[in-house]
Design a protein. Sequence first.
Length: 419
Amino acid sequence: MKKRILQPLVMTLLLALGMIKPVVAESLSPATYRTLEQVQTAMSDGDWSGADRVLEELIDDLNPGLGLALSYQMQAQIALAQERMADAQQSLENALGLGALPADQQLNLSSHLAQIYLANQEGARQEEAGPQTKKAESLLSKAIATAESQTIAVPPSTFALLAICLQLQQRYGESIPWLNKAINTQTALQKLPEENWLVMLASALYQTKSYNEAAQALGQLTTLKPNNENYWLQRASMHQLLEQPQQQLAVLELGYAGGYLTQESSLIALAQLLIAQGVPERAARLLQQWLADNDKKLTVSDNEANMKLLATAWQLGREDDDAANVLSQAAIKTNDPQLAFYAMQLAVRRSDCLAAEGFLNQAQELGLESNKKGDGLLLVGGCAFDSGDKNTARRYFQQALGVPGSAVAAQQWLAYLPE
């Protein structure tokens, strides 16, 4: 894991440290400048040992000053190229300790050294805070303060790096101003904020229970990376914590309309919110569409829970016929007679006695419990009676006579029925 982290870091630092700037070169003696040029040539050719050897000789001969600081900087580059992070750290500390580099370069090296501290920190897990994290925090805090006191522009990434140090120590509240500073500085440069900065900001705001601001940060993330489904769900969850169900639904509807919600859990959450917010018909139509999606672009399994949810949506939308049919299908799929019984009850409620008979037969074939069987026979018989079909009613009441717990009610019905 450490190697995977170090490789991109090494390349970034090598590119950032770069060559000797012309304005710096003018302050060097001709002999020192020529020697440093010789080192750079060897480095460009990949002759790291040769470059290192020349630098060691130069460092031994130089007095503290700009030339020595640049030599240490190049020594750090060589160590980085060979992934000798501890040596690179020592060389950068030596370079910074001299205080001889221009202020903007001091800030730049401080940022790079802080990254090395984080990469070199001890511990089994790279993301955990350790002594090196505190060193990185202290270094960056001082470098930023010095740069700002001298009106030197601080790169947004440096603010973000300090925020990382604070978050590694679980000091989330303290990281928020630095992340905002990084994002605002980046915006002022007419650039989009980095995704991980917004992720860190949203996380810190959540940790400090600033849910409204967290929702705003996640809103920026859904704009920046709309294809990341988790950002839509996290944004919606912030409105849930704020007890703002309408805004929560609006976020999921927007994500769905853009084609960014594809996971079953996301789609079911959308359907449940539609039902809760009084739009069950739309929930039912969407669920039915997802369940019947032959291309499986939006995969929703036809399990018992989802089928029940669809039936509930149809029922709340006053579409009992559709709800009953869904329950019947679910009963067959799950071998659950209770679902067919529910379908029968819905059919009775809408006075569709023929459908009620069919659903009751289905429930019985699936093994309906005895007490439920008696209730079903009485309900279907009552439906037939209300519809004027006395013969069918008598037939069901007579069947109910043979079911314990229903005999008394069945006898009363039969006594009431004319011969």
